[in-house]
Write a protein that binds this ligand. Structure first.
Ligand code: DQA
Length: 150
């Protein structure tokens, strides 16, 4: 069986998951959920995880994985709605990318309606809670074998 390597990348304030605005983002910490995903996908998949509250650090990290990872699952949090630099680095590294939001950004405030990365991603999963990441993993595993960087 082929081993694929993916990175799940989190933007600002997602380190507070489990404690932050629980009615919107739930009570489970991401570490706990990630452990479940690692057991579920086992040897088939290496899942790395990176979280930062800093835009430039997210960009440095994405640049650094260009040749070591097969795909990206990203929840840029508030940078979704503000960061052209994040969009540009996703286009630069040419890795298959899936956008995830825990809440349904389409039914929230107007300023959350714009995603600067949406059209650089294969798909966007929004409003499925943490389960959205599981769907994203399944989708990226389907895509990676067919992906070419040109
Ligand atoms: C979020 C939605 C964003 O609008 C918000 O800034 C976040 C989390 C989500 O996962 O629902 O921090 O990306």
């Amino acid at each position: 069986m082929m081993l694929y390597r993916i990175s799940i990348i989190h933007g600002p304030n997602l380190n507070l998951l489990g404690n932050r605005e629980k009615s919107i983002y739930g009570t489970e910490s991401f570490e706990s959920f990630l452990n479940k995903m690692k057991s579920k996908y086992g040897a088939q998949l290496q899942i790395d995880f990176y979280q930062s509250n800093h835009e430039g650090d997210l960009i440095d990290y994405i640049q650094s994985i260009q040749h070591t990872m097969d795909g990206i699952i990203i929840n840029p949090a508030a940078y979704t709605h503000t960061s052209i630099a994040l969009r540009d680095v996703l286009l630069a590294v040419k890795l298959p990318c899936i956008e995830v939001h825990i809440s349904d950004i389409s039914s929230r405030e107007n300023f959350r309606q714009i995603s600067f990365i949406k059209d650089c991603c294969i798909s966007t999963l929004s409003g499925l809670g943490l389960e959205g990441y599981d769907h994203a993993i399944q989708r990226i595993l389907e895509i990676i074998p067919h992906w070419t960087k040109d």
